[in-house]
Design a protein around this ligand. Structure first.
Ligand SMILES: [Cu+2]
Length: 372
């Protein structure tokens, strides 16, 4: 027998060398032909804006299919706080973050990406879930007035970031202007706990966290610009300081609080997917927990149990499963509390149902300290 080293040194014939290499070729062995892919069932999915997610099966009821999505890139000003501060935003499908796509492991994602003539810049999409060609970025760069269609096979189950990555300094600028989102690739037989037993959710919410870098004028007020191009040089200077002016959920401070709180009922199990394409964060549900948490978001790894706070690496999306046990308003925050309270990274869950005194009770209401 020849060794791998011999194979790499070209001591043996190329065919034999390939056979001697580690077996990383399972996907290649299962390589489908265009005819086979063309014979698969197709499904067209209409995307919905976050924090909601399009309807989907948790356990796939049929074999692999081709799932068609369309996203239109929209460059537009976006108000990002209650003081009217304007971001020269760039969006996938009009929302920050871009909508979540859901497929199953083994499905094909077929995305039509549209860059309307009303936009001013080239854009593309890099799927962290995809293999090759810069995640599809090298095959999807389109000018205003163009569209492109990319197909990739979903081969790794998990929650993954997608983002625009045109080139050089355009990459971070487009990302911190709003161009990121999430795809969730579910195992065909659904989510599992650490023992391999099935897990399911009653509701799913999708939270995208963004760090924004808005320039200020000499008086310290946020500046407003006529166009993306006008804002670029000043914005780049703020970006290079690495201190965001805003850290928000779903594109703006307060976008998921008060009337816009996410809703659930006691006893319901909620899957919370959290993505951050550019910067580390640490979600925490105040008064609740992460029953099962895929911090790194990849379902081949067993979930961690009973977490208080979980870590989302910049450039990834994680998932936490929680069954609400008490009613009330829960704040869901980035537990850098300065970012949560001062910069905007706070959301609310409004949970209805019956209070459980066994879990918590105010035994005595606040009152004067006894003098005896
Ligand atoms: Cu872009």
């Amino acid at each position: 027998m020849f060794t791998r080293r011999q194979a790499l040194l070209g001591v043996v014939a190329a065919g034999a060398a390939a056979a001697a290499l580690p077996r990383t070729a399972s996907a290649a062995a299962a390589r489908a032909t265009e005819a086979e892919i063309a014979a698969l069932a197709r499904e067209t999915v209409t995307l919905v804006a976050p924090p909601f997610v399009h309807a989907h099966e948790q356990v796939a009821r049929s074999g692999p299919k081709v799932v068609e999505f369309t996203m239109t890139i929209e460059e537009k000003p976006v108000v990002i706080d209650d003081e009217g501060t304007v971001l020269q935003g760039m969006t996938f499908d009009g929302s920050i973050p871009g909508p979540m796509m859901v497929v199953h492991d083994g499905d094909y994602v077929e995305l039509t990406l549209v860059n309307p003539g009303s936009n001013s810049m080239p854009h593309n999409i890099d799927f962290h879930a995809a293999t090759g060609a810069l995640g599809g970025g090298a095959l999807t760069l389109i000018n205003p007035g163009e569209q492109v269609k990319l197909r990739f096979k979903a081969t790794r189950a998990g929650t993954f970031v997608y983002h625009c990555a045109p080139e050089g300094p355009m990459i971070p600028w487009h990302v911190v202007s709003g161009m990121s989102g999430t795809i969730m690739i579910l195992p065909r037989d659904g989510l599992k706990n650490e023992k391999g037993e099935p897990l399911a959710y009653d509701r799913i919410f999708y939270i995208g966290e963004n760090d924004f870098y808005i320039p200020r004028d000499a008086d310290g007020n946020f500046k407003t610009y006529e166009s993306h191009g006008d804002s670029y040089a000043d914005t780049l200077e703020v970006m290079k300081g690495l201190v965001p002016t805003h850290v928000v959920f779903n594109g703006a401070k307060g976008s998921l609080t008060g009337d816009k709180a996410m809703r659930a009922r006691v006893g319901e199990t909620v899957l919370i997917v959290h993505c951050q394409a550019n910067r580390d964060t640490r979600p925490h549900l105040i008064g609740g927990h992460g029953d099962y948490v895929w911090e790194a978001g990849k379902f081949a790894n067993p979930p961690a149990r009973n977490l208080e706070t979980w870590f989302i690496r910049g450039g990834s999306a994680g998932a936490a499963l929680y069954t609400f046990l008490q009613p009330g308003v829960y704040a869901y925050v980035n537990h850098n509390l300065i970012e949560a309270v001062e910069l905007g990274a706070t959301a609310h869950f409004l949970v209805e149902g019956e209070w459980n005194d066994d879990l918590m009770k105010q035994v005595e209401a606040p009152g004067p300290i006894p003098t005896h």
